[in-house]
Design a protein around this ligand. Structure first.
Ligand SMILES: C[S@@+](CC[C@H](N)C(=O)[O-])C[C@H]1O[C@@H](n2cnc3c(N)ncnc32)[C@H](O)[C@@H]1O
Length: 183
């Protein structure tokens, strides 16, 4: 099973607006282009820092996180009405309806086992979209998790393609990678 827990006492760090220096709202939304009717899932939603931004553009957002403490912190912050918290791992995510898209920010390296990627593919509609942004193994490691714990864009492409997700764009930047694809 692949997951790392995040220390709830450090949850404030996830709400720091300087995080947009690495992944902006505009580029995140461009990865999977959510529309107002779309049902999407945020894989490893944490305190909902980016979930809020996607909720403003999507119909329903399932905020999936293995740590119920993160959902508690998100509720205290104020959860948008169209966000539905789900406490589960990506591998075991309960899906009541096929998803138009899934996305994840800075968490791919924590969940992306082959089993979890198979669950992602199973959860999507036939033409469902994915958008991933995370720290890259090819980064300098001056911020974020140690480089040896990260994936590079090429690793993420391989993990997607193994479960039938076609990758339309994947690139390493200085410290992060982004990937957009669809079934
Ligand atoms: C580094 S935090 C990032 C949170 C959020 N995506 C953001 O960018 O603010 C990673 C979160 O993913 C959750 N997580 C890690 N592995 C997971 C898994 N396999 N399934 C579900 N949640 C997971 C952790 O509990 C934590 O809240």
């Amino acid at each position: 099973m692949g997951f790392h827990t995040f220390d709830p006492d450090r949850a404030d760090q996830l709400e720091d607006p300087s995080r947009y220096e690495y992944v902006s709202v505009d580029e995140l939304l461009a990865l999977f282009d959510p529309g107002p009717e779309d049902v999407v899932a945020d894989l490893g939603s944490g305190t909902g820092f980016y979930t809020d931004d996607v909720a403003a553009a999507a119909g329903t957002v399932y905020a999936l996180d293995v740590q119920s403490e993160m959902h508690e912190i998100y509720r205290e912050k104020g959860m948008p009405e169209n966000v539905v918290p789900v406490t589960a791992t990506v591998e075991a995510m309960p899906v009541d309806e096929p998803l138009d898209a899934v996305f994840s920010t800075m968490t791919f390296h924590e969940f992306a086992t082959p089993e979890a990627m198979a669950a992602v593919a199973d959860a999507l509609k036939a033409d469902g979209r994915v958008g991933f942004a995370d720290w890259t193994r090819n980064g300098a490691g001056t911020d974020g998790p140690p480089v040896e714990e990260r994936y590079a864009a090429a690793d993420a492409v391989e993990l997607c393609e193994e479960v039938g997700i076609e990758v339309h764009r994947a690139e390493d930047r200085r410290e992060t990678f982004v990937l957009e694809g669809s079934l």
